[in-house]
Design a binder for this molecule. Structure first.
Ligand code: SF4
Ligand code: SF4
Length: 286
């Protein structure tokens, strides 16, 4: 299995997958059945989480307030539906060519659970939607930052995920020990809607993280680069290009907390923001 893991990681790199992590079943024991990937394939041995970066340039038009459409394709819909789906499919083929069943999983929002599939006796849950945030931590790929999104040592908050559940048994990757979030709270300070307040401690696989309380109702009204959930109307909005998370991208770049670095800083001038009453202002950048 060491050779299979090495081969799969090399293959993943060769087809442009940026992030790959492995977790065994016991790491998911605390999860509710409707969020647990092993509910989908009970004989599986490993969850493999795969990720591709949201390029920093895909955020540029939103950061400048000049172009929102290209993020919504290159940073969101095309990344999920095309680039990431292809990477997930190729990894399932890689495993199935070697005799292991591999279940490709799209990151449907948790609000999708239970919809449209009748509950049958013996079914752990109808329409299981695995918890990707939990899985990113369980697979050793990242942490939940104060902003409430996954941060990785490579890209901070700039990535999207898909998953493969397989009956191939891989050694789990270690849980990430280092803290990426600087606890600067700038994501909360820049938010014109005051949607991030206070904090709580979230624990996953023994890893404790300080996470802000995010009011997603406010985020769904945000006009600062947040997008409505494109899959389910009632789902949480996509905040990865919003002012809070773009501020985090800049903070992690500046503090050298991420390995994907650039010649020039992300934030080049004061950031624009619009409050709930459509009043706009510019936020001074330190
Ligand atoms: S902006 Fe600061 S506090 Fe917020 S998630 Fe990023 S690093 Fe953490
Ligand atoms: S998405 Fe908008 S409202 Fe929500 S935390 Fe970010 S900036 Fe604030």
């Amino acid at each position: 299995m060491i050779e299979l893991k090495k081969g799969l990681k090399e293959y993943a790199k060769s087809v442009g997958i940026d992030l790959v992590g492995f977790a065994s079943e016991e790491r998911f024991e605390g999860l509710a059945p409707e969020e647990n990937p092993f509910s989908i394939f009970p004989e599986a041995k490993t969850v493999i989480l795969l990720g591709k970066r949201i390029t920093r340039g895909a955020l540029r038009g939103v950061e400048e307030g000049t172009n929102f459409g290209d993020y919504s394709m290159f940073g969101s819909s095309w990344l999920d539906d095309n680039f990431n789906s292809l990477m997930c499919y190729e990894v399932t083929r890689y495993l199935e060519d070697r005799g292991y069943e591999a279940v490709p999983i799209f990151p449907n929002p948790p609000e999708a659970k239970g919809m449209g599939i009748p509950l049958r006796e013996g079914n752990p849950a109808p329409n299981v939607t695995p918890n990707f945030m939990y899985s990113a931590v369980a697979c050793g790929l990242g942490e939940i930052g104060y902003c409430g999104e996954i941060l990785t040592p490579e890209f901070g908050p700039r990535q999207r995920w898909q998953m493969v559940i397989t009956d191939a048994e891989f050694e789990a990757d270690p849980i990430l020990e280092d803290r990426i979030c600087t606890d600067c709270d700038k994501c909360a300070e820049v938010c014109p809607l005051n949607a991030i307040t206070g904090s709580k401690t979230v624990e996953i696989c023994g890893k404790e993280m300080r996470v802000g309380n995010v009011d997603y109702n406010l985020c769904s009204k945000c006009k600062n680069g947040a997008f409505a959930n494109r899959l389910i109307k009632s789902g949480k909005p996509d905040r990865l290009a919003a002012l809070c998370l773009r501020t985090c991208v800049h903070e992690l770049d500046e503090q050298k907390r991420v390995s994907n670095t650039f010649e020039k800083p992300f934030r080049k001038r004061d950031a624009w923001s619009i409050d709930i009453y459509d009043k706009s202002q510019y936020i001074k950048q330190d």
